[in-house]
Design a binder for this molecule. Structure first.
Ligand SMILES: Nc1ncnc2c1ncn2[C@@H]1O[C@H](COP(=O)(O)OP(=O)(O)OP(=O)(O)O)[C@@H](O)[C@H]1O
Ligand SMILES: [Mg+2]
Length: 214
């Protein structure tokens, strides 16, 4: 269970989080909605350890991880501009997280190939990422996020750069893969239809507080 406890965060005078608490269980997808600038991305960064809160703590399975650096938390992040490495081929992009964890390169590549097969991307294994379509790149980004078997997945507007038809396909596909992997998942999105299609629970961040939508 991923938990934010009594998180407080401001930029200037405006509260982005005001003693805010959130629990996300394994296998649950929680959608985070709210106006632009309300603090959704900031909240994900606090959960990931990329930003510090002024008060409050981040927990995973009854362990206070507030002081752990991002790489020790075992979370995967995926942002809108998915930031694949242009100088690496598809396979090495997916293998990257494993190599970082000191898995031997040959083994990392082998596991990446298996993952890419499951994602319907086997034909692209050795291609440069920029030769893939937007949707394919997004699937590579998800494969890269999931290969390290993260215990939580933090998605920030993962589909916003894609056209409507592709978004629908990827929503269904991502949802299945996330449930299959059984992680605690937070999905930030502007799109309530998308949120309802993917998430078991929907919350709106307004003035530092979370309102439950469903
Ligand atoms: N490092 C920072 N320094 C100063 N202000 C910041 C910083 N990060 C975020 N902010 C401000 O905090 C507010 C919340 O930003 P955040 O990116 O979390 O919003 P958001 O809800 O994700 O918005 P959007 O839906 O547009 O992505 C914004 O007004 C932003 O300008
Ligand atoms: Mg944002």
């Amino acid at each position: 269970m991923l938990e934010l406890r009594n998180i407080t965060k401001h930029y200037g005078a405006r509260p982005l989080a005001d003693k805010l608490s959130l629990q996300v269980a394994e296998g649950e997808i929680v959608a985070l909605l709210g106006p632009s600038g309300s603090g959704k991305s900031t909240l994900l960064k606090i959960a990931a350890g990329l930003e510090a809160a002024e008060a409050g703590s981040v927990w995973f399975d009854s362990e206070d991880i507030s002081r752990q650096p991002p790489e020790r938390r075992g979370f995967a992040l995926m942002f809108q501009d998915f930031a694949l490495f242009p100088h690496l081929d598809v396979r090495d992009n997916v293998a990257f997280g494993l190599v970082e964890q000191r898995v031997a390169k040959a083994q990392a590549r082998q596991r990446a190939e298996l993952m890419l097969e499951r994602f319907g991307l086997a034909a692209h294994t050795r291609h440069r990422v920029w030769t893939l379509s937007g949707g394919e790149q997004q699937r590579v980004a998800l494969a890269r996020a999931l290969i390290t078997a993260p215990r939580a997945l933090l998605l920030d507007e993962p589909f916003s750069a894609l056209d409507a038809a592709l978004r629908l396909d990827l929503q269904t596909e991502f949802r299945e893969r996330i449930f299959e992997a059984g992680m605690a998942t937070v999905l930030v999105t502007h799109d309530e239809t998308e949120a309802r299609a993917m998430a078991t629970r929907g919350l709106r961040l307004v003035a530092g507080h979370l309102q439950q939508l469903w």
